[in-house]
Design a protein around this ligand. Structure first.
Ligand code: SAM
Length: 303
């Protein structure tokens, strides 16, 4: 019987989706280690790569390949092993399986076959980068890798240009500068980005800057172009939404101006719409002088 029985009281045969370190071996959790050591089979994206991880921990495991090109086929084999009562673990090269990595099809197939799928959480580059972005506690959209071609990449970015949530991307070193240039073009150069390079590794480098400043950041040190990258882009400012509904904000302001003194109308309009008071005040003064001009004209005509 597998040692997993002592790790998990239910003792049913299950697929364990296990996160492995991004670089720092200290990030393999003790639970992950125990499960990899106890599983009857460990399905790995790259068996040679994962063998080194298992060796580092002295874990003896039967490794089988589970990559993008054999996912369907290996899913069927995993279901077979689970049917026989064996315990199976799934790992990718680094981080959490099925996050911009193979695994989702295996998970779906195993669940469809009626077996339990158990997450064994740990490192994930996107979450690690988000945790140090400091861009607020709002939501985020995990976008993974953008299209390789510029036109498709810009088109995709423009879909998210007004998103208030943070945007999280994975990017390869040979594309990161072009991608950041497209981001500046589509999202605006003033938008902030966190560049997280080589997370948890020896040359870890984390920097926050305006998108427009990214080219000079890379130009300042050639080493910065090496390694693996996560880009976290701050969400579109809430102000942008008010600019979009300018007509609606003006309508609210006009209604209030018709009933209230200017200062009160501006204060209430700001509270109702969330639009900046300064902009509302300017607009209210302009409305007032337009109205006075109209009255003057009327008066001259009457005379
Ligand atoms: N499943 C993984 C996870 O949980 O993060 C992601 C796998 S995806 C194929 C690989 C990409 O993740 C890299 O190209 C890079 O964008 C990002 N990544 C992985 N390790 C990283 C690290 N140590 N530092 C920064 N980014 C990393």
């Amino acid at each position: 019987m597998s040692e997993l029985g002592s790790l998990f009281p239910s003792n049913t045969s299950s697929l364990y989706v296990v996160a492995t370190p991004l670089g720092n071996l200290g990030d393999l959790t003790s639970r992950a280690r125990a499960i990899l050591g106890a599983a009857d089979i460990v399905a790995a994206e790259d068996t040679r790569h994962s063998q080194r991880l298992l060796d580092a921990f002295g874990i003896k495991a039967k490794l089988v390949a589970a990559h993008r090109h054999n996912e369907e086929e290996v899913a069927a084999r995993i279901v077979g092993w689970l049917d026989e009562g064996r315990q199976v673990a799934l790992i990718s090269d680094a981080g959490t399986p099925a996050i911009s990595d193979p695994g989702a099809r295996i998970v779906a197939r195993v669940r469809q076959a009626g077996h339990a799928v158990v997450p064994v959480p740990g490192a994930c580059a996107a979450i690690a980068a988000l945790s140090v972005a400091g861009f607020g506690e709002g939501g985020f959209r995990f976008a993974g890798f953008l299209p390789v071609k510029t036109a498709a990449r810009q088109a995709m970015l423009s879909v998210w240009a007004k998103e208030h949530d943070m945007l999280v991307f994975y990017e390869a070193p040979h594309r990161v500068v072009d991608t950041l240039a497209d981001m500046a073009k589509v999202l605006g150069g003033e938008r902030e980005v966190l560049i997280a390079r080589e997370l948890t590794k020896l040359h870890e480098d984390i920097a926050v800057m305006a998108l427009a400043d990214a080219p000079s950041w890379f130009a300042a040190d050639a080493h910065r172009l090496r390694g693996e990258f996560v880009l976290v882009v701050r969400g579109a400012p809430v102000r942008a939404a008010h600019e979009d509904i300018g007509i609606e904000v003006e309508r609210v302001l006009d209604l209030l101006l018709a009933e209230l003194p200017l200062k009160s109308a501006v204060r209430l309009a700001a509270e109702i719409t969330g639009a900046p008071k300064k902009a509302l005040y300017g607009r209210a003064l302009a409305r007032q002088s337009e109205a006075e001009e109209g009255e003057d004209k009327h008066f001259r005509n009457v005379k």
